[in-house]
Design a protein around this ligand. Sequence first.
Ligand code: NG6
Ligand code: CA
Length: 508
Amino acid sequence: MKKFFFSFYSALTMALTWSIAIYAQEKKPNIIIIYVDDLGYGDLGITGAKGVKTPNLDRMATEGLILTDGHCGASTCTPSRYSLLTGNYAFRNKAAILPGDAPALITPETPTIASMLKRSGYNTAVIGKWHLGLGTGNINWNGYINMGPKEIGFDYSFLIPATGDRVPTVYAENQRVVNLNPKDPIQVSYGQKIGNRPTGIENPELLKMKADLQHSNTIVNGVSRIGFMSGGESALWKDEDFSLIFTQKAKAYINSNKNNPFFLYFAFQDIHVPRVPHPDFVGKSSMGPRGDAIAQMDYYTGELLKTLDSLGIAENTLVIFSSDNGPVLDDGYDDKAVEMLGNHKPAGPYRGGKYSAFEAGTRVPTITYWPSKIKPGVSNALFTQVDLYHSLAKLTNSKLNSNEALDSFDALPLLLGKSKKGRKYIIEEAFTLAIRNRNWKYIHPVSMATPEWLNDKNVEAGLSKNVQLYDLKTDPSERNNIATIYPKKVKKMQALLEKIKADYTRKN
Ligand code: NG6
Ligand code: CA
Protein backbone atom coordinates (compact mmCIF):
# COMPACT_ATOMS: atom_id res chain seq x y z
CA MET A 1 0.00 0.00 0.00
CA LYS A 2 2.80 2.31 1.03
CA LYS A 3 4.64 1.46 -2.18
CA PHE A 4 1.51 2.05 -4.26
CA PHE A 5 0.91 5.34 -2.54
CA PHE A 6 4.52 6.38 -3.10
CA SER A 7 4.51 5.62 -6.82
CA PHE A 8 1.07 7.19 -7.23
CA TYR A 9 2.35 10.25 -5.44
CA SER A 10 5.53 10.49 -7.50
CA ALA A 11 3.61 9.94 -10.75
CA LEU A 12 1.29 12.75 -9.75
CA THR A 13 4.22 15.05 -8.90
CA MET A 14 5.87 14.21 -12.18
CA ALA A 15 2.70 14.89 -14.16
CA LEU A 16 2.23 18.15 -12.32
CA THR A 17 5.82 19.27 -12.90
CA TRP A 18 5.50 18.25 -16.53
CA SER A 19 2.32 20.24 -17.06
CA ILE A 20 3.76 23.26 -15.25
CA ALA A 21 6.80 23.01 -17.51
CA ILE A 22 4.61 22.84 -20.62
CA TYR A 23 2.46 25.69 -19.33
CA ALA A 24 5.55 27.81 -18.65
CA GLN A 25 6.88 26.93 -22.08
CA GLU A 26 3.59 27.92 -23.70
CA LYS A 27 3.48 31.11 -21.76
CA LYS A 28 6.88 32.31 -22.93
CA PRO A 29 6.05 35.25 -25.18
CA ASN A 30 7.36 35.56 -28.69
CA ILE A 31 9.59 38.57 -29.22
CA ILE A 32 10.00 40.56 -32.42
CA ILE A 33 12.35 43.51 -32.81
CA ILE A 34 11.48 45.54 -35.90
CA TYR A 35 14.52 47.64 -36.67
CA VAL A 36 14.34 50.35 -39.31
CA ASP A 37 17.45 51.79 -40.91
CA ASP A 38 17.98 55.57 -40.61
CA LEU A 39 14.42 56.40 -39.49
CA GLY A 40 14.33 59.78 -37.74
CA TYR A 41 12.42 60.90 -34.68
CA GLY A 42 9.99 62.92 -36.77
CA ASP A 43 9.52 60.45 -39.64
CA LEU A 44 6.25 58.89 -38.43
CA GLY A 45 2.78 60.39 -38.59
CA ILE A 46 2.47 60.06 -34.83
CA THR A 47 5.71 62.01 -34.29
CA GLY A 48 4.76 64.81 -36.67
CA ALA A 49 5.62 63.64 -40.21
CA LYS A 50 4.44 65.85 -43.04
CA GLY A 51 4.40 64.54 -46.57
CA VAL A 52 4.08 60.84 -45.71
CA LYS A 53 1.41 58.86 -43.92
CA THR A 54 2.26 55.95 -41.62
CA PRO A 55 -1.15 54.56 -40.58
CA ASN A 56 0.16 51.18 -39.41
CA LEU A 57 2.80 52.63 -37.13
CA ASP A 58 0.45 55.31 -35.88
CA ARG A 59 -1.99 52.56 -34.89
CA MET A 60 0.78 50.48 -33.32
CA ALA A 61 1.89 53.52 -31.31
CA THR A 62 -1.60 54.48 -30.16
CA GLU A 63 -2.50 50.93 -29.16
CA GLY A 64 0.93 50.37 -27.62
CA LEU A 65 3.44 52.44 -25.72
CA ILE A 66 5.47 55.16 -27.39
CA LEU A 67 8.67 56.37 -25.80
CA THR A 68 9.59 59.97 -26.51
CA ASP A 69 13.12 59.73 -25.12
CA GLY A 70 14.18 56.37 -26.56
CA HIS A 71 17.68 56.05 -28.02
CA CYS A 72 19.69 53.68 -30.12
CA GLY A 73 23.22 53.08 -28.88
CA ALA A 74 24.97 55.13 -31.53
CA SER A 75 24.32 57.48 -34.43
CA THR A 76 25.39 54.90 -37.05
CA CYS A 77 24.36 51.39 -37.89
CA THR A 78 27.08 48.91 -36.94
CA PRO A 79 27.69 50.29 -33.43
CA SER A 80 23.96 50.51 -32.67
CA ARG A 81 23.35 46.95 -33.81
CA TYR A 82 26.39 45.77 -31.90
CA SER A 83 25.18 47.31 -28.65
CA LEU A 84 21.61 46.12 -29.16
CA LEU A 85 22.63 42.51 -29.76
CA THR A 86 25.39 42.29 -27.12
CA GLY A 87 24.21 44.67 -24.40
CA ASN A 88 27.68 46.23 -24.43
CA TYR A 89 28.59 49.72 -25.57
CA ALA A 90 30.09 49.72 -29.04
CA PHE A 91 33.12 51.72 -27.88
CA ARG A 92 34.17 48.72 -25.79
CA ASN A 93 34.92 46.97 -29.09
CA LYS A 94 35.69 50.04 -31.22
CA ALA A 95 32.70 49.13 -33.38
CA ALA A 96 32.33 51.44 -36.38
CA ILE A 97 30.65 51.32 -39.83
CA LEU A 98 32.00 48.19 -41.53
CA PRO A 99 32.90 47.56 -45.16
CA GLY A 100 30.91 44.81 -46.89
CA ASP A 101 33.73 42.26 -46.64
CA ALA A 102 34.60 42.84 -42.97
CA PRO A 103 35.00 39.79 -40.72
CA ALA A 104 32.37 39.07 -38.07
CA LEU A 105 32.49 41.68 -35.33
CA ILE A 106 30.65 39.48 -32.83
CA THR A 107 32.17 36.05 -32.32
CA PRO A 108 30.93 33.17 -30.16
CA GLU A 109 32.73 34.22 -26.94
CA THR A 110 30.37 37.19 -26.79
CA PRO A 111 26.85 36.27 -25.73
CA THR A 112 24.03 37.90 -27.72
CA ILE A 113 20.32 38.47 -27.18
CA ALA A 114 19.84 35.55 -29.57
CA SER A 115 22.14 33.14 -27.74
CA MET A 116 20.58 34.14 -24.41
CA LEU A 117 17.04 33.53 -25.68
CA LYS A 118 18.07 30.29 -27.37
CA ARG A 119 19.39 29.13 -23.99
CA SER A 120 15.89 29.79 -22.63
CA GLY A 121 14.22 27.61 -25.23
CA TYR A 122 13.55 30.11 -28.00
CA ASN A 123 13.91 29.53 -31.70
CA THR A 124 15.78 32.56 -33.02
CA ALA A 125 16.05 34.31 -36.37
CA VAL A 126 17.45 37.38 -38.06
CA ILE A 127 15.91 38.59 -41.30
CA GLY A 128 17.12 41.70 -43.13
CA LYS A 129 20.16 43.90 -42.91
CA TRP A 130 23.12 42.47 -40.99
CA HIS A 131 26.11 44.85 -41.26
CA LEU A 132 27.99 43.23 -38.40
CA GLY A 133 30.60 41.48 -40.52
CA LEU A 134 30.71 37.85 -41.66
CA GLY A 135 33.38 35.17 -41.88
CA THR A 136 36.80 35.19 -40.30
CA GLY A 137 38.71 37.20 -42.90
CA ASN A 138 39.07 36.75 -46.67
CA ILE A 139 35.47 35.71 -46.85
CA ASN A 140 34.48 33.05 -49.39
CA TRP A 141 31.06 34.00 -50.76
CA ASN A 142 30.77 30.74 -52.69
CA GLY A 143 30.37 28.25 -49.88
CA TYR A 144 29.24 28.26 -46.26
CA ILE A 145 30.11 31.62 -44.69
CA ASN A 146 31.83 30.25 -41.66
CA MET A 147 31.14 32.91 -39.06
CA GLY A 148 27.85 34.72 -38.77
CA PRO A 149 24.44 34.71 -37.09
CA LYS A 150 24.41 30.91 -36.60
CA GLU A 151 27.60 30.93 -34.56
CA ILE A 152 26.28 33.66 -32.25
CA GLY A 153 22.85 32.24 -31.49
CA PHE A 154 20.53 32.65 -34.47
CA ASP A 155 18.91 29.42 -35.68
CA TYR A 156 17.84 30.98 -38.96
CA SER A 157 19.14 33.88 -41.01
CA PHE A 158 18.19 35.62 -44.24
CA LEU A 159 20.45 38.58 -44.82
CA ILE A 160 21.66 41.52 -46.76
CA PRO A 161 25.29 40.94 -45.73
CA ALA A 162 26.15 44.62 -45.14
CA THR A 163 24.06 47.48 -46.53
CA GLY A 164 22.05 48.14 -49.67
CA ASP A 165 24.78 50.44 -50.95
CA ARG A 166 27.66 47.97 -50.45
CA VAL A 167 28.67 44.89 -52.40
CA PRO A 168 28.06 41.99 -52.47
CA THR A 169 24.52 42.73 -53.68
CA VAL A 170 23.14 39.27 -52.91
CA TYR A 171 21.08 37.64 -50.17
CA ALA A 172 22.54 35.01 -47.88
CA GLU A 173 20.20 32.43 -46.33
CA ASN A 174 21.64 30.44 -43.48
CA GLN A 175 25.03 31.81 -44.53
CA ARG A 176 24.92 30.65 -48.13
CA VAL A 177 24.34 33.02 -51.03
CA VAL A 178 20.85 32.46 -52.43
CA ASN A 179 20.54 31.36 -56.10
CA LEU A 180 24.27 31.26 -56.67
CA ASN A 181 25.48 29.47 -59.78
CA PRO A 182 28.72 27.75 -58.75
CA LYS A 183 30.05 28.28 -62.29
CA ASP A 184 29.81 32.03 -61.76
CA PRO A 185 31.51 32.56 -58.41
CA ILE A 186 31.39 35.85 -56.53
CA GLN A 187 34.43 37.98 -55.86
CA VAL A 188 34.37 41.15 -53.85
CA SER A 189 36.95 43.92 -53.61
CA TYR A 190 37.01 47.09 -51.57
CA GLY A 191 40.25 48.16 -53.22
CA GLN A 192 40.93 47.72 -56.92
CA LYS A 193 38.21 47.19 -59.51
CA ILE A 194 37.54 43.54 -60.30
CA GLY A 195 35.42 41.95 -63.03
CA ASN A 196 33.75 43.50 -66.08
CA ARG A 197 30.62 44.98 -64.61
CA PRO A 198 30.28 48.67 -65.42
CA THR A 199 30.90 51.19 -62.67
CA GLY A 200 29.21 54.48 -61.91
CA ILE A 201 32.37 56.40 -62.72
CA GLU A 202 32.79 54.84 -66.16
CA ASN A 203 29.14 54.50 -67.17
CA PRO A 204 27.01 57.10 -65.41
CA GLU A 205 24.45 56.85 -68.24
CA LEU A 206 23.42 53.42 -66.89
CA LEU A 207 22.35 54.80 -63.50
CA LYS A 208 18.85 55.16 -62.05
CA MET A 209 20.23 57.97 -59.91
CA LYS A 210 23.52 59.80 -59.71
CA ALA A 211 25.86 58.98 -56.87
CA ASP A 212 28.83 60.52 -55.08
CA LEU A 213 32.34 59.19 -55.62
CA GLN A 214 32.25 56.59 -52.81
CA HIS A 215 29.03 55.12 -54.23
CA SER A 216 30.27 55.03 -57.83
CA ASN A 217 31.77 51.55 -58.04
CA THR A 218 30.08 48.41 -59.44
CA ILE A 219 26.62 48.99 -60.93
CA VAL A 220 23.96 46.44 -60.03
CA ASN A 221 20.27 46.92 -60.90
CA GLY A 222 21.03 50.40 -62.23
CA VAL A 223 22.55 51.52 -58.91
CA SER A 224 26.26 52.05 -58.38
CA ARG A 225 27.57 50.77 -55.03
CA ILE A 226 30.46 51.10 -52.61
CA GLY A 227 32.97 48.39 -53.59
CA PHE A 228 33.51 46.15 -56.57
CA MET A 229 31.97 42.79 -57.28
CA SER A 230 32.22 40.20 -60.04
CA GLY A 231 30.21 37.03 -60.66
CA GLY A 232 27.00 35.95 -58.92
CA GLU A 233 24.76 37.19 -61.77
CA SER A 234 21.92 34.77 -60.94
CA ALA A 235 22.03 35.80 -57.28
CA LEU A 236 21.83 39.58 -57.63
CA TRP A 237 19.10 41.31 -55.67
CA LYS A 238 16.54 43.82 -56.91
CA ASP A 239 16.44 46.71 -54.44
CA GLU A 240 12.75 47.23 -55.19
CA ASP A 241 11.93 43.86 -53.59
CA PHE A 242 13.84 44.12 -50.28
CA SER A 243 10.89 44.76 -47.98
CA LEU A 244 8.57 42.38 -49.81
CA ILE A 245 11.07 39.52 -49.68
CA PHE A 246 12.03 40.12 -46.04
CA THR A 247 8.36 40.16 -45.09
CA GLN A 248 7.68 36.94 -47.00
CA LYS A 249 10.60 35.29 -45.21
CA ALA A 250 9.39 36.62 -41.86
CA LYS A 251 5.85 35.36 -42.45
CA ALA A 252 7.16 31.91 -43.30
CA TYR A 253 9.42 31.92 -40.24
CA ILE A 254 6.65 33.06 -37.88
CA ASN A 255 4.25 30.52 -39.34
CA SER A 256 6.62 27.62 -38.82
CA ASN A 257 7.38 28.74 -35.25
CA LYS A 258 3.87 29.71 -34.16
CA ASN A 259 3.70 26.82 -31.71
CA ASN A 260 6.96 27.51 -29.92
CA PRO A 261 8.48 30.65 -28.47
CA PHE A 262 10.48 32.54 -31.07
CA PHE A 263 12.66 35.61 -31.29
CA LEU A 264 12.77 37.45 -34.60
CA TYR A 265 15.16 40.32 -35.22
CA PHE A 266 13.64 41.88 -38.34
CA ALA A 267 15.92 44.52 -39.81
CA PHE A 268 14.53 46.57 -42.70
CA GLN A 269 16.83 47.97 -45.39
CA ASP A 270 14.32 50.83 -45.67
CA ILE A 271 14.91 53.76 -45.41
CA HIS A 272 18.66 53.53 -45.97
CA VAL A 273 20.17 54.46 -49.32
CA PRO A 274 19.85 53.49 -52.08
CA ARG A 275 16.17 54.34 -51.72
CA VAL A 276 14.51 52.37 -54.48
CA PRO A 277 11.01 51.50 -53.25
CA HIS A 278 8.86 49.04 -55.19
CA PRO A 279 6.69 50.65 -57.93
CA ASP A 280 3.64 49.95 -55.69
CA PHE A 281 4.94 52.66 -53.33
CA VAL A 282 6.37 55.16 -55.77
CA GLY A 283 4.47 58.42 -55.33
CA LYS A 284 2.87 57.37 -52.02
CA SER A 285 4.48 60.37 -50.36
CA SER A 286 5.16 63.90 -51.51
CA MET A 287 8.83 63.56 -50.60
CA GLY A 288 10.17 61.32 -53.35
CA PRO A 289 11.98 58.02 -52.72
CA ARG A 290 12.82 58.75 -49.06
CA GLY A 291 9.16 59.36 -48.16
CA ASP A 292 7.98 56.49 -50.39
CA ALA A 293 10.40 54.17 -48.59
CA ILE A 294 8.87 55.25 -45.27
CA ALA A 295 5.40 54.42 -46.63
CA GLN A 296 6.69 51.02 -47.79
CA MET A 297 8.25 50.29 -44.41
CA ASP A 298 4.99 51.27 -42.69
CA TYR A 299 2.97 48.97 -44.95
CA TYR A 300 5.20 45.95 -44.32
CA THR A 301 5.24 46.60 -40.58
CA GLY A 302 1.45 46.40 -40.82
CA GLU A 303 1.76 43.10 -42.71
CA LEU A 304 3.88 41.65 -39.91
CA LEU A 305 1.34 42.68 -37.27
CA LYS A 306 -1.47 41.22 -39.40
CA THR A 307 0.43 37.94 -39.60
CA LEU A 308 0.48 37.74 -35.81
CA ASP A 309 -3.26 38.45 -35.69
CA SER A 310 -4.13 35.90 -38.33
CA LEU A 311 -2.14 33.19 -36.55
CA GLY A 312 -3.78 34.10 -33.24
CA ILE A 313 -0.45 34.83 -31.54
CA ALA A 314 -0.57 38.63 -31.28
CA GLU A 315 -1.60 38.41 -27.60
CA ASN A 316 1.47 36.39 -26.83
CA THR A 317 3.99 38.45 -28.79
CA LEU A 318 5.95 41.48 -27.67
CA VAL A 319 6.85 43.69 -30.63
CA ILE A 320 9.50 46.36 -30.23
CA PHE A 321 9.87 48.90 -33.03
CA SER A 322 12.78 51.30 -33.42
CA SER A 323 15.61 52.60 -35.61
CA ASP A 324 19.39 52.17 -35.68
CA ASN A 325 20.26 55.86 -35.97
CA GLY A 326 18.73 59.21 -36.76
CA PRO A 327 17.76 60.56 -40.16
CA VAL A 328 19.90 61.63 -43.09
CA LEU A 329 18.77 63.16 -46.37
CA ASP A 330 21.73 63.08 -48.76
CA ASP A 331 23.64 59.90 -47.98
CA GLY A 332 25.41 59.43 -51.29
CA TYR A 333 22.72 59.27 -53.98
CA ASP A 334 20.82 62.00 -55.76
CA ASP A 335 17.34 60.80 -54.80
CA LYS A 336 15.85 64.27 -54.24
CA ALA A 337 15.50 63.73 -50.49
CA VAL A 338 16.71 67.29 -49.89
CA GLU A 339 14.80 68.99 -52.69
CA MET A 340 11.47 67.28 -51.97
CA LEU A 341 11.51 67.55 -48.19
CA GLY A 342 8.94 70.35 -48.01
CA ASN A 343 8.11 71.23 -44.41
CA HIS A 344 8.77 67.71 -43.12
CA LYS A 345 11.19 67.57 -40.17
CA PRO A 346 12.92 64.15 -40.17
CA ALA A 347 14.49 64.77 -36.76
CA GLY A 348 11.41 66.40 -35.21
CA PRO A 349 12.47 69.22 -32.89
CA TYR A 350 15.97 67.81 -32.35
CA ARG A 351 19.29 68.88 -33.79
CA GLY A 352 21.60 66.75 -35.95
CA GLY A 353 20.80 63.30 -37.32
CA LYS A 354 22.69 60.25 -38.49
CA TYR A 355 26.44 60.52 -37.67
CA SER A 356 25.74 63.26 -35.11
CA ALA A 357 26.45 63.63 -31.41
CA PHE A 358 23.46 65.93 -31.14
CA GLU A 359 20.19 64.42 -29.90
CA ALA A 360 18.75 63.45 -33.29
CA GLY A 361 21.68 61.10 -33.84
CA THR A 362 20.26 58.56 -31.42
CA ARG A 363 16.80 59.80 -30.36
CA VAL A 364 14.59 57.67 -32.56
CA PRO A 365 10.99 56.43 -32.73
CA THR A 366 10.55 53.75 -30.08
CA ILE A 367 7.35 51.75 -29.70
CA THR A 368 6.47 48.66 -27.67
CA TYR A 369 3.32 46.76 -28.58
CA TRP A 370 1.72 43.78 -26.91
CA PRO A 371 -2.09 43.72 -27.06
CA SER A 372 -2.75 41.72 -23.90
CA LYS A 373 0.00 43.21 -21.76
CA ILE A 374 0.87 46.78 -22.69
CA LYS A 375 -1.71 49.48 -22.06
CA PRO A 376 -1.78 52.33 -24.56
CA GLY A 377 0.34 55.22 -23.39
CA VAL A 378 3.20 57.64 -23.81
CA SER A 379 6.36 57.54 -21.73
CA ASN A 380 8.88 60.33 -21.46
CA ALA A 381 11.38 58.20 -19.54
CA LEU A 382 14.97 58.00 -20.75
CA PHE A 383 15.67 54.68 -22.48
CA THR A 384 18.51 53.13 -24.47
CA GLN A 385 18.41 50.03 -26.68
CA VAL A 386 21.50 48.77 -24.86
CA ASP A 387 19.00 47.76 -22.16
CA LEU A 388 16.94 45.49 -24.40
CA TYR A 389 19.23 42.55 -23.63
CA HIS A 390 18.79 42.66 -19.86
CA SER A 391 15.09 43.51 -20.17
CA LEU A 392 14.38 40.54 -22.44
CA ALA A 393 16.34 38.30 -20.08
CA LYS A 394 14.02 39.46 -17.26
CA LEU A 395 10.97 38.90 -19.44
CA THR A 396 11.97 35.32 -20.15
CA ASN A 397 13.39 34.50 -16.70
CA SER A 398 16.85 33.95 -18.16
CA LYS A 399 19.72 34.25 -15.75
CA LEU A 400 22.58 36.40 -16.99
CA ASN A 401 26.15 35.20 -16.55
CA SER A 402 28.87 37.43 -15.19
CA ASN A 403 30.34 37.99 -18.68
CA GLU A 404 27.04 38.85 -20.27
CA ALA A 405 25.56 42.18 -21.45
CA LEU A 406 27.74 44.19 -19.10
CA ASP A 407 26.37 47.64 -19.99
CA SER A 408 22.74 46.57 -20.01
CA PHE A 409 20.23 47.44 -17.26
CA ASP A 410 16.78 45.97 -16.75
CA ALA A 411 14.24 48.35 -18.30
CA LEU A 412 11.41 45.81 -18.57
CA PRO A 413 8.93 47.67 -16.32
CA LEU A 414 9.44 50.77 -18.45
CA LEU A 415 9.01 48.88 -21.74
CA LEU A 416 5.81 47.27 -20.50
CA GLY A 417 4.43 50.60 -19.32
CA LYS A 418 4.48 49.53 -15.66
CA SER A 419 6.99 52.15 -14.57
CA LYS A 420 7.74 55.70 -15.61
CA LYS A 421 11.24 55.48 -14.25
CA GLY A 422 13.92 55.81 -16.89
CA ARG A 423 17.66 55.41 -16.94
CA LYS A 424 19.71 57.76 -14.77
CA TYR A 425 22.08 58.28 -17.67
CA ILE A 426 22.61 57.03 -21.20
CA ILE A 427 25.61 57.12 -23.51
CA GLU A 428 25.16 58.41 -27.05
CA GLU A 429 27.98 57.18 -29.28
CA ALA A 430 29.02 59.16 -32.35
CA PHE A 431 32.48 60.23 -33.50
CA THR A 432 32.76 61.17 -29.85
CA LEU A 433 30.83 60.16 -26.74
CA ALA A 434 27.95 62.14 -25.36
CA ILE A 435 26.10 61.50 -22.16
CA ARG A 436 22.60 62.32 -21.02
CA ASN A 437 21.78 62.72 -17.35
CA ARG A 438 18.10 63.63 -16.99
CA ASN A 439 17.72 66.89 -18.95
CA TRP A 440 21.46 67.49 -19.17
CA LYS A 441 23.49 66.63 -22.21
CA TYR A 442 27.27 66.66 -22.30
CA ILE A 443 29.28 66.15 -25.50
CA HIS A 444 32.91 65.26 -25.06
CA PRO A 445 35.35 67.48 -26.97
CA VAL A 446 37.44 66.05 -29.80
CA SER A 447 40.48 67.34 -31.61
CA MET A 448 39.38 65.89 -34.97
CA ALA A 449 37.77 68.21 -37.47
CA THR A 450 34.38 67.21 -38.86
CA PRO A 451 35.09 64.87 -41.80
CA GLU A 452 34.79 66.64 -45.14
CA TRP A 453 32.17 64.20 -46.49
CA LEU A 454 29.84 65.10 -43.60
CA ASN A 455 30.25 68.82 -44.25
CA ASP A 456 29.50 68.15 -47.93
CA LYS A 457 26.22 66.53 -46.95
CA ASN A 458 25.29 69.30 -44.50
CA VAL A 459 25.39 66.90 -41.58
CA GLU A 460 25.78 68.61 -38.21
CA ALA A 461 28.12 66.18 -36.50
CA GLY A 462 28.12 68.02 -33.16
CA LEU A 463 31.90 67.76 -32.94
CA SER A 464 33.83 70.51 -31.23
CA LYS A 465 37.22 71.14 -29.65
CA ASN A 466 35.27 72.71 -26.83
CA VAL A 467 33.25 71.03 -24.15
CA GLN A 468 29.51 71.19 -24.88
CA LEU A 469 26.75 71.21 -22.30
CA TYR A 470 23.07 71.67 -23.02
CA ASP A 471 19.95 71.81 -20.90
CA LEU A 472 17.36 69.96 -22.97
CA LYS A 473 14.54 71.15 -20.73
CA THR A 474 14.90 74.74 -21.86
CA ASP A 475 16.90 74.08 -25.03
CA PRO A 476 15.76 70.80 -26.63
CA SER A 477 17.44 71.64 -29.93
CA GLU A 478 20.89 72.16 -28.39
CA ARG A 479 21.50 75.73 -29.51
CA ASN A 480 22.98 77.26 -26.36
CA ASN A 481 26.19 75.73 -25.14
CA ILE A 482 26.19 76.55 -21.42
CA ALA A 483 29.38 74.69 -20.49
CA THR A 484 31.18 77.83 -19.33
CA ILE A 485 28.23 78.88 -17.16
CA TYR A 486 28.04 75.51 -15.35
CA PRO A 487 31.65 74.32 -14.86
CA LYS A 488 30.66 72.14 -11.88
CA LYS A 489 28.00 70.35 -13.89
CA VAL A 490 30.54 69.80 -16.67
CA LYS A 491 32.97 68.27 -14.17
CA LYS A 492 30.24 66.00 -12.82
CA MET A 493 29.23 64.81 -16.28
CA GLN A 494 32.87 64.18 -17.22
CA ALA A 495 33.41 62.20 -14.03
CA LEU A 496 30.27 60.16 -14.73
CA LEU A 497 31.49 59.40 -18.25
CA GLU A 498 34.89 58.30 -16.92
CA LYS A 499 33.18 56.12 -14.31
CA ILE A 500 31.04 54.40 -16.94
CA LYS A 501 34.08 53.81 -19.14
CA ALA A 502 35.93 52.20 -16.25
CA ASP A 503 33.00 50.13 -14.96
CA TYR A 504 32.68 47.14 -17.25
CA THR A 505 30.89 44.75 -14.92
CA ARG A 506 27.43 43.17 -14.73
CA LYS A 507 24.68 45.60 -13.81
CA ASN A 508 22.01 44.78 -11.13
C1 NG6 B 1 28.93 55.76 -44.97
C2 NG6 B 1 28.43 55.98 -46.38
C3 NG6 B 1 26.92 56.09 -46.33
C4 NG6 B 1 26.30 54.90 -45.61
C5 NG6 B 1 26.94 54.74 -44.25
C6 NG6 B 1 26.46 53.53 -43.51
C7 NG6 B 1 30.06 57.27 -47.70
C8 NG6 B 1 30.54 58.66 -48.05
N1 NG6 B 1 29.00 57.22 -46.91
O1 NG6 B 1 30.31 55.59 -44.99
O2 NG6 B 1 26.40 56.21 -47.61
O3 NG6 B 1 26.49 53.74 -46.37
O4 NG6 B 1 28.34 54.61 -44.39
O5 NG6 B 1 25.19 53.74 -43.05
O6 NG6 B 1 30.61 56.29 -48.15
S1 NG6 B 1 24.71 52.91 -41.82
O7 NG6 B 1 23.34 53.30 -41.58
O8 NG6 B 1 24.82 51.52 -42.22
O9 NG6 B 1 25.58 53.25 -40.71
CA1 CA C 1 21.55 53.10 -40.24
